[in-house]
Ligand binder design. Structure first.
Ligand SMILES: [Zn+2]
Length: 93
């Protein structure tokens, strides 16, 4: 997200999650109204690898690319969240 993007009205963050630009004036709404910034950071960190893996599966211009991208995003995010949880559990021992 651009540093000059408007901050979330409730969270104060500049996450791209939920930002919906509508209308010709570029009005920004947030749907849903709140999110987990930590979850968004983990998920956004997976985008480059998910793009790489999807492009290995099918050509980027293929109609199936988005489906493969979403598959890899889900798998990579789940693995990253489980890894983060395991690190937290180890740290609390
Ligand atoms: Zn946020």
């Amino acid at each position: 997200m651009s540093p000059d993007a408007p901050p979330h009205p409730r969270l104060g963050c500049r996450c791209s999650e939920g930002r919906v630009v509508s209308g010709g004036r570029g009005d920004v709404r947030f749907l849903p109204g709140v999110h987990s910034c930590a979850y968004v950071r983990v998920r956004e960190a997976q985008i480059p690898e998910a793009e790489r893996r999807a492009s290995l599966d099918v050509e980027r211009s293929s109609p199936g690319w988005t489906s493969r991208f979403m598959h890899h995003m889900s798998a990579l995010t789940a693995a990253a969240l489980l890894d983060a949880r395991a690190r937290e559990d180890r740290a609390s021992l």
